[in-house]
Design a protein around this ligand. Structure first.
Ligand SMILES: C[S@@+](CC[C@H](N)C(=O)[O-])C[C@H]1O[C@@H](n2cnc3c(N)ncnc32)[C@H](O)[C@@H]1O
Length: 327
């Protein structure tokens, strides 16, 4: 694929580079904010699963930008992967499903709870949809668990969600903690993807609830179809297409020259990942060491770009694709 073909195919990838965002995901948070005014009055925020850091960039620019708030702003960003530094962002490299990581985050907010927690966590997809959806749900619940320790009453939690078959259970669990839960789909999230975002507003834990990291929210012994839940157990949350609806359509291909008065110019990505997990595979592939020696080229079909990256075509894998592009 030529360097400019990705620019042509993915308008948000290209705009991200033009505007200096580390990933196209930045537009998802910006468009969610257009709809929900997420950053209003926010000084302290947590960005879970933050690498390569475009959501942290958005938080840093938006929160620090408000007059006189600069010094009070506190942003804690967490990811398994290392991330290049950002102004006003404290970084923790760790797994959000681990109690030790959660405890480290909680320590940063002792005495001063967070106003906003966001989580754009995505697993390394296996291609087995049920497994991917399950792992995604676990990430969301780990994020919710951490949130119950650090979020102030009335605060907001935003998280990526896969609208898979058990999504109703997740909505029900979120409704226990928040007065308002909406499933939102920003314009920059492809319609072809099952990805969406839950925007949970008005944090109100149930009376007597004591946050406890050793008490996972999703127990492992259910075997019913949660979409059969009835009565008060079945929560149907509103679904909202959000962001300015005249914004670019992330499923469309756009010409390279968008503005007739401005010539197209290729721009490199704003911040290549520091040590991406696919780096070794790229190196092996470059030296033709990925194929097994005893298999002839004719008997080994060329893998698709998705397969090479271990990606499932049903998901919005923009960030992974961007990273592969920069490798
Ligand atoms: C879609 S990317 C996040 C993009 C980010 N919001 C941005 O705008 O740059 C998903 C991230 O989730 C992280 N992740 C997945 N599982 C995780 C876990 N258990 N703990 C911490 N981070 C995790 C991955 O390392 C990856 O960087």
């Amino acid at each position: 694929m030529g360097r400019s073909s990705k620019d042509k195919r993915d308008i948000y990838y290209r705009l991200a580079k033009e505007e200096g965002w580390r990933a196209r995901s930045a537009f998802k948070l910006l468009q969610l904010d257009e709809e929900f005014r997420l950053f209003k009055g926010v000084c302290r925020a947590v960005d879970l699963c933050a690498a390569p850091g475009s959501w942290s960039q958005v938080l840093s620019r938006k929160l620090k930008g408000d007059e006189g708030k600069g010094t009070e702003v506190k942003i804690v960003a967490v990811d398994l992967q290392a991330m290049a530094p950002l102004p006003a962002v404290t970084q923790i490299q760790g797994d959000i499903t681990k109690v030790s990581t959660a405890q480290e985050i909680i320590r940063h907010f002792e005495g001063q709870p967070a106003d906003l927690v966001v989580c754009d966590g995505a697993p390394d997809v296996t291609g087995l949809h049920d497994v991917d959806e399950y792992i995604q749900a676990q990430l969301l619940l780990a994020a919710l668990n951490i949130t119950t320790h650090v979020l102030k009453p009335g605060g907001t939690f935003v998280a990526k969600i896969f609208r898979g078959k058990d999504v109703t259970l997740l909505y029900s669990q979120l409704k226990i903690f928040f007065s308002g839960v909406t499933c939102a789909k920003p314009r920059s999230s492809r319609n072809s993807s099952i990805e969406a975002f839950v925007v949970c507003q008005g944090y109100t834990p149930p009376e007597g609830y004591v946050p406890n990291m050793s008490n996972p929210l999703l127990d492992h012994c259910y075997d019913v179809d949660f979409n059969q839940l009835e009565g008060p157990n079945r929560v149907i949350v509103p679904f909202l297409a959000c962001g300015d609806l005249s914004a670019y359509d992330s499923d469309r291909t756009y010409p390279l020259q968008l503005d007739p008065n401005k010539a197209y110019q290729y721009l490199p990505p704003t911040q290549p990942p520091i040590q991406p997990p696919y780096q070794k595979a790229c190196l092996l592939r470059k030296h033709n060491l990925l194929a097994k020696e005893n298999l002839s080229a004719s008997s080994t079909p060329e893998p698709s770009a998705c397969q090479e990256q271990g990606l499932s075509p049903h998901q919005d894998v923009s960030t992974n694709q961007e990273q592969a592009e920069t490798a």
